[in-house]
Design a protein around this ligand. Structure first.
Ligand code: WTA
Length: 654
């Protein structure tokens, strides 16, 4: 155990290691340290080389990186177009018939969209936008389900140089209105609705409610997806299919500056006003093309790649749309939930399209663990060769379950750490190079500077602390829209000269990085600063447990005490004995200090819509405070249930 004053202490020890399988390494795009060495020798030169190799430019840059902390300019003066890079150049190279997306709607309808098809549609929609008066630099808001028209709309914006601002289709009209107002968007692209778990989620009524608060909106373009009756405002609202029918299929891409705004994406803070994260053109495209190619070891001619996120999040922006298309990949896109019509929908999709790379989130993996390994076992998943994880720390047991039950024990699992703000994966294994440890995101990628520091900003060589980034990177955010001071304050003020991501991390004996969750969640038990992630991983390590969330509750003796919310696997039954067993299990895995005071069993945990556990809310429940804002919950009834259990005395209290 590390000393008492450590920023965050380091308790959990995971010893399993997985070197790259021989066959994987032999066929991998990179299987030695050459990329790391090149980047270490000259990181600017390294990024310039990647930019030349992976991206087509109309005009070269005059400098690679200009750094006036915290404002970066990458590839100054260079000109390019993202939609050209994602579409035209592949078609020009004779790859027009390659599939860009195998799309599958939740009800079972399917579309196969080639690069030529996509280019055609993108040009037409670009002309539609121009026809509606959208000019270079104007912001376009997008509020859509996971249908092909969504990437079409994004790429059309990129083609004419109009930054998009996508608002996740599950957000409320208030959330949409706030984001439209902040961006002062003039056009909104939406749909009548989308399919979710067999029912229609109506988007147009929300869009109407939002637009009532948004005088900047001149036009609303509506895709007909679900077909129910929707109100159309005369003069303002237009059907996608009417406009597209008359649009020309040629539209010259704008020559954009490397630093022109490509998109805004608002991060959904639960308390403060959402931040409009700004991503620009040249550096962003370079780094996501690079990471998509090397982290996923992409073989564009043969892989079928499925990132199962929603395009409304950054993961979808970077790794469903821009990265994969820039690399000419074939992707899968699925509209609905994993349990419709049955809980094996994903495995059926993988079997049908022979998916070879799957990228998803720990929350999904733990849900599948809960549902049981019989479901994937019913399907032929032998096409898979690589698995990825993003969004939260992945508990070692969930990693191992994924590796065995989905990957058949043969697929490397890349645990990728990054954020909306970073734009691109920054910490991750390279699957042909790195020996994996379940639960560790391993090392910074080539070209990335990251380190763990203590409260005073001193580098931690071993043990826990705060994860910082030490130098600019091409896909980094360029700021918060309209608020440069908040940008400096939020990310660049805690540790001088460094970007602080808000995450805790530890470094092990071999220099591997382990993400420990948000530092706001760290618990202080008898003066020990214990990460939620480690205690949760110890709980998930128990064979009966699928998922767990722990929080600190006030305690007269220890300051804070650990309260654990636990979801058991489908076949297991909650009982007092089980609770006692879990408490003992944690104490034996990481030490008596981490023994939960209370274990509360629950069928679901409260999560944000992107699947992250909402510990703040659970802490409110545990501390008997009134509940905070629950509007970003996946299912608000979950909290009610947790609250009633917590106060109903069924908790396993000491
Ligand atoms: C967390 C998602 C541990 C982290 C791309 C980060 C992770 C936040 C990982 C960003 C990972 C993401 N291991 N934690 N592999 N990936 N996170 O903006 O707390 O939705 O700061 O971006 O998710 O979430 P965001």
């Amino acid at each position: 155990m590390s000393d008492h004053s450590a920023a965050i202490e380091d308790f959990l020890l995971e010893r399993r290691t997985f070197p790259p399988p021989r066959a994987f390494r032999d066929a991998a795009a990179v299987s030695d340290r050459s990329l790391y060495e090149a980047a270490d020798a000259d990181w600017e030169g390294f990024w310039a080389a990647q930019a030349r190799e992976l991206v087509d430019w109309y005009e070269p840059w005059t400098s690679v990186c200009e750094w006036d902390l915290p404002f970066a300019t990458w590839f100054a003066g260079a000109k390019l177009n993202v939609s050209y890079n994602c579409l035209d150049r592949h078609v020009e190279a004779g790859q027009g018939d390659r599939v860009a997306f195998f799309w599958e709607g939740e009800p079972g309808d399917r579309r196969v969209i080639t690069y030529s098809d996509l280019l055609d549609e993108v040009c037409r929609f670009a002309n539609v936008l121009k026809g509606l008066g959208v000019e270079r630099g104007d912001r376009v808001a997008i509020y859509m389900p996971m249908i092909p028209e969504l990437p079409v709309a994004m790429l059309a914006c990129a083609r004419i140089g109009a930054p998009h601002s996508i608002v996740f289709g599950g957000f409320s009209s208030e959330a949409l209105a706030g984001r439209i107002q902040d961006a002062r968007a003039e056009v909104l692209v939406t749909a009548d609705g989308g399919w979710r778990r067999g029912t229609i989620s109506g988007l147009k009524p929300n869009a109407d409610a939002a637009c009532a608060e948004c005088p900047t909106i001149r036009h609303v373009v509506v895709v007909r997806r679900t077909g129910q009756e929707v109100a159309m405002v005369d003069g303002r609202d237009l059907w996608w299919h009417d406009l597209m029918g008359g649009a020309a299929t040629e539209c010259a891409p704008e020559r954009m500056d490397s630093e022109d705004l490509l998109y805004l994406l608002y991060t959904s803070g639960t308390t403060a006003k959402p931040k409009g994260i700004m991503h620009t053109t040249g550096g962003y495209l370079t780094q996501i093309a690079f990471t998509h190619k090397y982290v996923f070891d992409l073989k564009a001619e043969s892989d079928v790649y499925w990132c199962a996120a929603d395009i409304g999040w950054v993961t979808g922006h970077s790794y469903i749309v821009y990265g994969p298309l820039a690399n000419g990949a074939t992707g899968v896109m699925y509209e609905g939930t994993p349990d419709f019509p049955d809980r094996d929908r994903w495995w059926e999709i993988i079997e049908r399209y022979r998916v070879s790379i799957l990228y998803t989130a720990p929350t999904a993996i733990r849900t599948f663990m809960k549902w049981g390994s019989e479901l994937p076992a019913k399907h032929d998943l032998s096409s898979l060769r690589l698995l990825g994880s993003v969004g939260e720390p992945i508990n070692p047991e969930a990693w191992v379950w994924y590796h065995e039950n989905i990957g058949g024990g043969r697929c490397p699992v890349v645990d990728t750490w990054w954020q909306t703000e970073t734009g691109s994966i920054l910490i991750s294994p390279l699957p042909g190079v790195t020996t994996l440890k379940p639960g560790s995101a391993t090392f910074p990628l080539p070209g990335v500077g990251a380190e763990v520091v203590d409260d005073h900003g001193n580098r931690v060589e071993k043990g826990g602390g705060y994860l910082c980034l030490t130098r600019p990177w091409p896909a980094m955010l360029r700021g918060i829209y309209g608020d440069p001071e908040r940008y400096r304050q939020t990310y660049w003020s805690r540790f001088e000269g460094r970007y602080f991501a808000g995450d805790g991390a530890k470094v092990d004996d071999d220099g591997y990085l382990w993400l420990l969750g948000r530092v706001d969640d760290v618990m202080n038990v008898s003066g020990h600063r214990i990460s939620t992630t480690e205690v949760e991983s110890a709980l998930v390590d128990h064979p009966a447990v699928a998922e767990a969330a722990v929080v600190g509750a006030q305690d007269p003796t220890t300051g804070q005490a650990i309260v654990a919310y636990v979801t058991l696997k489908a076949s297991e039954v909650a009982s007092e004995e089980r609770g006692e067993e879990l408490r003992t299990h944690v104490a034996s895995v990481i030490g008596p200090i981490a023994r939960p005071r209370t274990v509360i069993f629950t069928d679901e945990l409260p999560k944000t819509r992107s699947g992250k556990i909402m510990r703040r809310l659970l802490a409110d429940v545990a501390n008997g405070r009134s509940l905070g804002d629950t509007t970003t919950l996946a299912d608000p009834s979950v909290v009610e249930e947790i609250r009633s259990r917590a106060s109903g005395g069924s908790a396993d209290e000491e």
